[in-house]
Design a protein around this ligand. Sequence first.
Ligand SMILES: Cc1cc2nc3c(=O)[nH]c(=O)nc-3n(C[C@H](O)[C@H](O)[C@H](O)COP(=O)(O)O)c2cc1C
Length: 332
Amino acid sequence: MADLTTSYMGLKLRNPVVVSSSGLTKSAEGILRCYEAGAGAVVLKSIFEEQFRELAGVSEQEYGIYPEAMDYLRKGGLLEYAPQAICDMIEKVKKELDIPVIASINCQSPKLWPSFARQFQEAGADGLELNIYFLPLDLDTPGSKYEEHHVQILKEVKKTVSIPVSVKLMSQVTSVPHLGKELADAGCDALVLFNWFVQPDIDTRNLKTINIIGKGNFFHCLRWVAILAGRVDCDLASSGGVRKAEDVIKQILAGASAVQASTLFYQKGIKAIQDLVKGIEEWMDNHKFTAVDDFKGELSFKKQEVSFKGAGEAEAFFRAQYLKAYARPKEE
Ligand SMILES: Cc1cc2nc3c(=O)[nH]c(=O)nc-3n(C[C@H](O)[C@H](O)[C@H](O)COP(=O)(O)O)c2cc1C
């Protein structure tokens, strides 16, 4: 019988299926449902700094956030989901389940990241996921500045806590491998690829901009998991577009230690975890794999790279594949 246990950011998971940060994990009841359905771990709904600012009585001028957001917060839109409430929730669920509970933080100002991190560690969280999202809007700020900011935040958090810390990256990064390496070298325990965000759209009838729910891009995640696996000194989790067991298997073959998903569970119900787990088990049995490590990263860039003599040759290979893809006749 296949053994699905996996090690992710230093934590032992009974299987690689992680319920990602979302409304599914925002309450103790929701988390327990994930556990009962067979999740390997859960990442809690992110705490957003704006919620904390309001509680702390910090004015919008001080932080320069959108007045509309502040109005919303004042009306109590998110106030019930305060840090203390999250700490209480962590304490409660940790008494009732034995899978890792990873708290998720999203802040803007550097000093708040370690503060939240410490509170969640004290409450009993097994790990932390830093949901770092800065949309690069400024014309004068180069990509490297945003990337340095990631490393800075991680370092501050790592100084404050002893539990493992992962960074959930946005995909608008100039060089994912370079930033991944910098973060791993700064002590990051895992990278989560990638962050998900609302997408912009335009309402042409009312001439207004609107936001629509984003979609995780499975192949984008697969590419970068495969490129980073075994080359950066930390674990990887993919996050985006997983809909069936085969998708989880592909991400593990590419090098992921764990696979995060949520849209699937919104669409099919949390019990869909069982189909994923069963599908992985069957596939492993058919391929005579007894442990996840037997096939993890087998199709990563690093494993395939051994056939190249150096970076130049690999680059030439990818260039050739790119040209071939465009030269291919349509009907093929
Ligand atoms: C309704 C909803 C709420 C989400 N909230 C958060 C959040 O608070 N923090 C976060 O890091 N990601 C959040 N995400 C993104 C997920 O954690 C995850 O990265 C993404 O949904 C994975 O792709 P998938 O939905 O295709 O499985 C949310 C996703 C959904 C669908």
